[in-house]
Design a protein around this ligand. Sequence first.
Ligand SMILES: [Zn+2]
Length: 168
Amino acid sequence: MRRPVLVLNSTYEPVNICSTRRAVVLLLKGRAELVDTNGGLLRSERTSIPVPSVVRLNSYVRLPRAESRRLSRRAVLARDGYRCQYCGSTQHLTVDHIVPRSRGGTTCWENVVTSCALCNVRKGACLPAEAGMSMSRRPRPPSPGDYVLASQRVVPDAWRPYFEFVTA
Ligand SMILES: [Zn+2]
């Protein structure tokens, strides 16, 4: 009962993670449908139901607009899965301005990425292309899924299809 369950919006976008107990309540109340199970069964006297691994809400939940999330070092690292977007390192992470501030780059979701200290130094005041570097993905405002992913040390395989970007 302690395994986390991925909760999807009615649009199949990850919303958050809840306990198995909470997911079962959502299922029994008809507020969510079972999408994937972890193979086990929960038994009561009268019935048994599969242990959920992924559930989907039956009605759409409005989430705060991602753009309105405060941009902070922590939030950028969480969005990027705590990995350098240039080389994949998880060590000595910093925030890099893609277009350097010295060249007019602003601090916005589209212009900041997680970078390890080495890549940050290597890139210096260059654009990534000038430094011969490329990013693993285009930065954007974070989605709720980024935070769901960042909160988990181990992401169950059954969850992976629901995340746009999964860092292996
Ligand atoms: Zn790096």
